[in-house]
Design a protein around this ligand. Structure first.
Ligand code: 5IU
Length: 480
């Protein structure tokens, strides 16, 4: 750190210490942190709010700590509520960066329950600012809300990194690089050098910080290794999930084509063209005019799928009680006979899955549970998504994975599949929200992208398919 920056940091830390914003406790006298954990180190930067000059200086150091180099910059900035909003605001004013506000809780009134309300273009790269990072949970909440609102988040900055696992967690699980003005150890060193704390206290607190790396304690680093699709196939009991993982490996593609076209004939034509580059085709069988529906055409699709080694995913979104789902799956369009797997909501409970299992008989079949949706203003809450995960775990023999916006489960058998994907992120028609393949696979760690209009509306659907396939598979390879 340059001498002037160090002297500025020293002056801020000494003032924080003198005002009681940084405190240390002797053994047995530990403070209780927001997380409930006990700690001998207490860093509360809120007293900076009382001193505008100092706050400005601290924000300046944060900005310097997260420079991207090569004149690159961020499109906007967001502070983790509430404590860090003032630093984001100071940086926003000093560097003419648009400020994005994230609410601490979703609004209870009005139609919008959005956590982030901003009219900045989707795909804007947003820097996240926090005052103190311990396990990284608060930063993660803000990153997730921003990503859900269509922002790209690659960097976060904090004044103090307590070095208790937040940086590693943000990096490995969320692909967010955390910069800091100083670490907990540096705070101790500076205060010690300036005779504010004793050697004994410094060593005791240092030992505590090193021994309480929350992430390392909870998750051994071995788990951070990403298994590839082939390795995951070996750990997967469901035959469809196994097949999909093997196809993705053999054909180097984690792209599903959503064939939302006007007729089954067009669908068949497109399937033959894009077949070599996809791992599955997604249909909506009930969008075809009933009078035009011919079962023999769908069997032709089955033949193309078998010849070209891709699966058929019928996006039925079953959501009724078990008895009705059974009829919809077995009768009607005879979905159970030709679709390898189907989508289902878990809103009515596990009866949906039990109906699909019964309807599948002894065929190799599976379902994907809809855990999250891509449409703007959808009503899926975190609690609902967690409920879906629980049902999936209880029925992991039949549930191959999730339709979702990001990786939700660390279980290798569950495949994460994400619709709402375009090469350029942004808002589509009728509320569809698009993310890029890179954002979905690399940052959000989903496994597979679903692309519809990006392919069938392209001037050259084959070239578009190849472009999506290459972008999504390169992002997957980057993660390994
Ligand atoms: N689809 C979504 N979002 C969802 C779910 C399904 O887009 O949350 I659940 C379907 C709808 C459409 C396809 O069939 O995925 C996406 O098509 P486009 O790439 O044309 O938007």
């Amino acid at each position: 750190m340059a001498a002037t920056l160090l002297s500025s940091l020293r002056s801020i830390l000494l003032q924080l210490f003198d005002s009681g914003a940084i405190k240390f406790a002797d053994p047995g006298q530990e403070f209780t942190l927001k997380s409930g954990a006990k700690s001998p180190a207490y860093f509360n930067l809120r007293t900076l709010n009382n001193n505008a000059k100092l706050r400005e200086e601290a924000s300046g150091l944060m900005w310097q700590a997260c420079q991207l180099g090569d004149n690159a910059t961020y499109d906007c900035i967001c502070g983790v509520p509430l404590g860090a909003i003032c630093y984001a605001d100071a940086i926003s004013l000093a560097h003419d960066l648009p400020l994005v506000l994230k609410r601490p809780f979703a609004k209870q009134h009005g139609v919008s329950k959005k956590l982030v309300d901003s009219d900045l273009p989707k795909g804007s790269n947003c820097l996240v600012v926090e005052d103190v990072v311990t396990s990284g949970t608060s930063v993660i909440e803000t990153v997730t809300a921003l990503r859900d609102a269509g922002f790209v988040v690659t960097h976060a900055v904090t004044f103090i990194d307590r070095e208790q696992g937040g940086k590693e967690r943000l990096g490995t699980e969320y692909n967010v690089h955390l910069s800091s003005v100083c670490t907990g150890s540096q705070v101790l060193d500076i205060l010690y050098q300036n005779n504010k704390i004793s050697t004994e206290l410094k060593d005791y607190v240092q030992q505590y910080l090193s021994a309480n790396n929350m992430i390392v304690a909870k998750e051994p680093p071995v788990q951070a290794k990403q298994l590839n699709f082939q390795e995951r196939a070996l750990l997967t009991a469901n035959p469809v999930a196994k097949k999909l993982l093997n196809i993705m490996t053999q054909k180097s593609t984690n792209l599903i084509f959503s064939a939302d076209v006007d007729s089954l004939d067009t669908l068949l034509d497109l399937a033959s063209i894009v077949g070599p580059h996809i791992c599955a085709i997604k249909t909506h069988i009930n969008t075809f005019a009933v009078e035009n529906f011919k079962l023999d055409l769908i069997y032709k699709l089955r033949n193309v799928a078998d010849e070209q080694n891709f699966l058929i995913l019928e996006d039925s979104k079953f959501a009724d009680i078990g008895n009705t789902v059974y009829k919809q799956y077995v009768d009607g369009y005879h979905i159970c006979e030709w679709a390898d797997f189907v989508t289902a909501h878990a809103v009515s409970g596990p009866g949906v899955i039990e109906a699909l299992v019964k309807g599948s008989g002894n065929r190799d079949r599976a379902c994907l549970l809809i855990a999250q949706m891509s449409s703007d203003g959808n009503l899926v809450s975190e609690a609902y998504t967690n409920g879906v995960l629980k049902i999936a775990e209880d029925h992991s023999g039949f549930v191959a994975g999730f339709i979702c916006r990001q990786k939700l489960s660390s279980k290798p058998n569950f495949i994460h599949i994400t619709p709402g994907v375009k090469l350029a992120a942004g808002m589509g028609t009728l509320g569809q929200q698009y993310l890029t393949p890179d954002e979905v696979i690399k940052n959000r760690q989903s496994d597979v992208v679903i692309v519809g209009s990006g392919i069938y509306q392209a001037e050259d659907p084959l070239a578009a398919t190849i472009a999506y396939k290459e972008a999504a598979f390169a992002a997957y390879n980057d993660l390994l």
